[in-house]
Unconditional design. Structure first.
Length: 226
């Protein structure tokens, strides 16, 4: 009955339950080609930022060979809702060393971004998005992925040794030394996603100028690597 309630909850864009309105953010499916596990992300505007278990579907892992879940305060959820999604850890359980895929549908609202902590790749959860990756057999990894809501407006952010680009898809990037104007080799020189990161971990400490060019328009940002 509990799983039926949550299935009905997420099938509609919005459902009123106990005077709380839920808006479906995304349906995320993990598959190994034979089996699949589905995670629903919800957003509730009228509850606090802490999770109310009455509105979340806790995952029963007993007898499950493949699973994809949100991890919050050590609890695994297959249906997850709270006021502000913020940054959220995702875990998975696998049954074989093989290729796995993630597909996304039923997307609403501000695009969400999922990062694969093992590969470093980021993926925007847009309608119809899909990507492949590998995983180890018979393992459970609670922090393989992390999810964050991307800002609605374009931006370039420098933090924790990386550059974060939002809404700069199609732009090219150069990183040059601020003092000698020497071009620096970085992990990526073209922005191909709505949200993308460039790792600056290998750069020496100093000042750098980030030059972003898109449609013949150029933007510069001074970055200090400590």
């Amino acid at each position: 009955m509990k799983k039926l309630f949550f299935s009905l909850l997420v099938m509609a864009a919005t459902v009123n339950a106990f005077a709380i309105t839920y808006t479906a953010k995304a349906k995320v499916v993990l598959s190994d080609g034979t089996q699949k596990s589905t995670l629903y992300l919800l957003q509730a505007d009228e509850i606090g930022t802490t999770v109310d278990a009455a509105y979340c579907g806790e995952l029963d892992m007993e007898g499950v060979e493949i699973a994809f879940y949100a991890l919050y305060n050590g609890v695994k959820y297959e249906t997850f809702g709270l006021k502000d999604l913020g940054t959220l850890a995702f875990g998975m359980k696998t049954n074989a060393s093989t290729n796995y895929s993630i597909t996304v549908s039923k997307v609403e609202g501000t695009p969400l971004v999922m990062k694969d902590n093992e590969t470093g790749e980021t993926h925007t959860l847009t309608e119809g998005a899909t990507w492949n990756f590998t995983a180890t057999a018979n393992s459970t990894d609670d922090t393989r992925f992390v999810l964050a809501a991307a800002p609605a407006t374009p931006g370039i952010c420098h933090q924790n040794g990386r550059l974060e680009f939002t809404a700069y898809e199609g732009a090219s990037v150069q990183v040059v030394g601020y003092e000698d104007n020497t071009v620096v080799a970085v992990a990526a020189t073209n922005i191909t996603l709505d949200y993308q990161e460039i790792d600056l971990a290998d750069l020496e400490a100093g000042q750098y100028l980030v030059i972003v060019t898109k449609a013949d328009q150029t933007e510069e940002k001074l970055v200090i690597k400590k």
